[in-house]
Design a binder for this molecule. Structure first.
Ligand SMILES: NC(=O)c1ccc[n+]([C@@H]2O[C@H](COP(=O)([O-])OP(=O)(O)OC[C@H]3O[C@@H](n4cnc5c(N)ncnc54)[C@H](O)[C@@H]3O)[C@@H](O)[C@H]2O)c1
Ligand SMILES: O=c1ccn([C@@H]2O[C@H](COP(=O)(O)OP(=O)(O)O[C@H]3O[C@H](CO)[C@H](O)[C@H](O)[C@H]3O)[C@@H](O)[C@H]2O)c(=O)[nH]1
Length: 344
């Protein structure tokens, strides 16, 4: 059987593709290359250029491959962008996910893993780690667009022979320990990537968005999870669904929060470089603190993270960023077998 990975040319999806191939699965990728890169897709995966909302490309993929499961990463993932352009987020994350779910059910595919987000929680009344049972208070169109997709999945699974696992990712960072994949997003807004780029001189400064949050040092607190642990959870979710598992919604984080200032310190330590920091106002749509209670994922999926260290996450992100700097300093040549061939 074959797994369809939507968004497999993106940051997290490209790691998932490698992980599935490592496990001996056949993999098909569907990606519109809006924010992803063709060269990021492992050459052993079959690549389709297209949109998850396009029924004709989906029909072709389902006709040409024996797909038994869909892992759906394709989407837009930048909180402030969603505040500025909400309808684009409801289109790409909600309407097109609806089209994909419908096409999946129509052809009788029963297993679906969905990229949801900690942004569905918003700011909670307590600073304790958040469980899946918490009241959901998404603060941005991004969070709402993903919550609506969770709701569609819940209703679709109740009505059809179809099951899903929605994984609520906390803040994903880091890169493949074997150096095959990493975050290559252009104009990235994610803190660890932005800080690594600044340490390498690709940016002039890092903005700290908000110093007056009700947290220990006044800056935003997040639960940073290594991308390799996250894709492991997806592998376990697939196994669970193939074993007949009922629908599940699970947190993917470590249960430990770090402030923006703590992250910047980690980047200084790892890189051995200092850089300019600019204290800026809060960013619209941001919650003060979001930390996972990951107990349910451990219980249901036997998920045991093996990369849970901020230092380790930052080191792998920095190594990938350094690799990108070296890669970009060469002339980029033609693509061959889906991988970028670098001249020189
Ligand atoms: N990065 C994080 O910290 C984080 C946290 C929580 C949830 N997520 C979710 O995980 C998923 C992957 O995020 P990422 O960080 O890898 O982002 P990314 O932008 O690197 O990857 C998204 C991929 O999907 C593709 N894509 C977007 N819209 C598409 C469409 N309509 N049809 C086909 N392809 C499309 C893009 O070209 C890209 O390759 C997203 O759904 C995101 O919301 C990410
Ligand atoms: O240049 C920056 C970038 C970020 N931050 C701060 O760092 C923290 C993390 O911000 P990120 O932009 O790295 O991540 P978000 O928490 O906004 O959101 C990320 O994680 C969420 C889940 O918590 C979503 O799923 C989303 O896809 C993903 O962008 C926040 O307090 C933010 O204000 C800065 O101070 N400066």
């Amino acid at each position: 059987m074959t797994v369809l990975v939507t968004g497999g040319a993106g940051y997290i999806g490209s790691h998932m593709v490698w992980s599935l191939l490592d496990a001996g699965e056949r993999v098909v990728v569907l990606d519109s290359l809006t924010t992803g890169f063709r060269w990021a897709v492992a050459p052993e995966a079959r690549f389709y250029f297209g949109d998850v909302g396009d029924r004709s490309v989906l029909a072709r993929i389902f006709a040409e491959n024996e797909i038994d499961a869909v892992v759906h990463f394709a989407g837009s993932a930048v909180v402030p962008e969603s505040v500025a352009n909400p309808l684009a987020y409801y289109d790409n994350n909600t309407a097109r996910t609806r089209a994909l779910i419908a096409a999946t059910i129509d052809v009788g595919i029963r297993h679906f893993v969905f990229s949801s987000t900690a942004a569905v929680y918003g700011t909670q009344d307590t600073s304790d780690p958040v469980t899946e049972a918490a009241t959901l208070r998404p603060q941005s169109p991004y969070g709402r667009s993903k919550l609506m997709s969770e709701m569609m999945l819940e209703d679709a699974a109740a009505a059809h022979d179809f099951s899903y696992v929605a994984l609520r990712y906390f803040n994903v960072a880091g890169a493949d320990p074997l150096g095959r994949a990493g975050q290559s997003t252009l104009g990235a807004t994610h803190l660890i990537k932005v800080a690594c780029e600044t340490a390498l001189g690709k940016r002039r400064k890092v903005d700290v968005f908000g110093t007056d949050y009700p947290t220990a040092d006044g800056t935003g607190v997040r639960d940073y999870i290594h991308v390799s642990d996250l894709v492991e959870a997806h592998g376990s979710a697939l196994e669970y669904l193939r074993g007949g598992g009922e629908p599940l919604v699970l947190n993917c984080g470590y249960g430990e929060g770090f402030s923006v200032l703590q992250v910047l310190d980690a980047v200084r330590r790892v890189s051995g470089r200092d850089f300019r920091v600019n204290y800026a106002p809060r960013r619209p749509g941001d919650a003060a603190q979001v930390v996972a209670d990951p107990s349910l994922a451990r219980l249901k999926l036997d998920w045991v993270p093996t990369h849970a260290s901020l230092e380790h996450i930052v080191q792998s992100a920095f190594d990938w960023e350094s690799y990108l700097s070296r890669k970009n300093s060469f002339d980029e040549g033609p693509e061959e077998n889906g991988r970028l061939v670098v001249n020189g």
